[in-house]
Design a protein around this ligand. Structure first.
Ligand SMILES: C[S@@+](CC[C@H](N)C(=O)[O-])C[C@H]1O[C@@H](n2cnc3c(N)ncnc32)[C@H](O)[C@@H]1O
Length: 397
């Protein structure tokens, strides 16, 4: 499937409706570094290139659009069970927020593609379950530990926390991995290693490409004097992204970062001759993407900055939302029950309705459709599913 987004595009906006506008199976690699549910609100220091950038990382049920919950409850029972394993409403809200986005990422990733989800111990144990439910447990490849050894630890209550976790999943068995690219320089304290991976015998001379890496990556965080530092809160090192991009994509492939911040993924992808798409909700982020790429690669780089929701071009032949075949399929999936009040009806008394409204990127695809009885459909009217659910008191907000 070809992409409907031009290379080197940065979108400003919520990544959910924007991803809903990207063609299915059109992206080769996704790296995401979302908010971690850290209960912290981040702001860049005044005077830095990123000054003005900020984002919140605290979560309550009021952040949850009930339409998301409804989509998960109706269409993804395994995912629904995982989300309900969360211990607090804040954790649950965060997981619902992440789950709807990961479902879109699964849809837009090619069958040969790979996804890397960056998180930390705050939510990593829940996020792995969510990833298993969305991408399939069998597609899990690695839990990469990014060990940022250069950060001082101040706590006297626990062992110094100096790592983030990156979950690597393949989309399918067709996903390949450039294992030979995973190399780092030999350091004075390391044993020499051959490309075959054998250790500790000095009869071998070191491979000139470097030492094969394992799943613990020792990469320092960006220090105050580093050239690549923008001051953007939570900026990640370019080396980290270069490893991921080299391992799981090839020149000309499409790399997407739906939480791109100050463009670390975009800059690394650009340097490695990959096409890239960045999305961030912060206006400052888009400014930094353009500025950083132009400084890095030259003023004549053509970067497209967009704020609209793209239109999919791969939906050509799907039936109209209220086509009889959709109704028959949905009647079977819902066992003849209305998706609002839950009452059982004969097919002719149920009406096909969009779960996610078309204005916010919802499509006529069967995954975005439900059957409602005429009473529930009338209550809902042109409003979103959240209005209907709150009227029916299905969830407290
Ligand atoms: C942890 S930071 C990413 C940092 C990035 N990896 C870098 O190196 O600069 C998370 C980013 O997610 C963005 N964000 C939060 N919610 C978002 C949403 N719904 N859609 C798009 N971006 C979002 C924030 O503005 C923030 O820039």
């Amino acid at each position: 499937m070809t992409t409907n987004i031009k290379p080197k595009t940065v979108f400003t906006g919520d990544n959910l409706p924007i991803m809903r506008g990207i063609n299915s199976e059109s992206v080769d690699l996704i790296y995401l570094d979302p908010p971690f549910n850290s209960k912290t609100n981040y702001a860049a220091p005044i005077g830095s290139a990123a000054a003005g950038a900020e984002f919140k990382d605290t979560w309550t049920l009021s952040d949850v659009d009930n339409a998301w919950l409804d989509l998960i409850e109706t269409k993804y029972p395994a995912l629904n069970r995982v989300i309900h394993a969360a211990m607090t409403n804040s954790d649950k809200s965060y997981l619902i927020y992440m789950a709807v986005r990961l479902l879109e990422m699964h849809r837009i990733l090619k069958d040969t593609g790979a996804i890397y989800l960056h998180c930390d111990t705050t939510m990593s144990h829940y996020l792995k379950l969510v990833m298993d439910a969305v991408f399939g447990k069998g597609n899990f490849r690695n839990e990469v530990i990014w060990h940022y050894y250069n950060v001082a630890s101040t706590s006297r209550k626990f062992i110094g926390r100096k790592h983030d976790t990156i979950f690597f999943y393949a989309k399918s068995d067709a996903t390949s991995f450039n294992w030979d690219s995973m190399r780092e320089p030999y350091s004075s304290d390391s044993n020499w290693v051959k490309a075959s991976g054998s250790y500790g015998d000095a009869r071998y001379s070191p491979n000139e490409k470097g030492k094969l890496m394992h799943d613990v990556w020792r990469i320092p965080t960006i220090n105050n004097m580093a050239k690549e530092r923008t001051g953007y809160p939570t900026q990640k090192p370019l080396t980290l992204l270069a490893h991921i991009i080299k391992a799981s994509s090839n020149e000309g492939d499409v790399v997407l970062d739906p939480f791109c911040g100050c463009a670390t993924t975009c800059v690394a992808a650009d340097r490695l001759q990959r096409d890239w798409i960045g999305i961030d909700i912060s206006e400052k982020a888009a400014e930094l993407v353009v500025e950083r790429i132009k400084t890095d690669q030259g003023l004549f780089q053509e970067i497209i900055a967009r704020t609209d929701i793209p239109k999919r071009t791969d939906l050509g032949d799907i039936p109209r939302y209220n086509a009889p075949e959709n109704k028959t399929q949905l009647y079977g999936e819902q066992s003849g029950d209305c998706n609002g009040c839950g009452t059982h009806f004969q097919k002719q008394h149920l009406e096909v309705d969009h779960i996610i409204a078309k204005e916010v990127g919802g499509t006529d695809h069967i995954k975005n459709l439900q059957l409602l009885c005429s009473n529930c459909n009338r209550i809902k009217g042109e409003r979103g599913q959240e209005y209907l659910i709150s009227r029916l008191n299905k969830i407290e907000i």
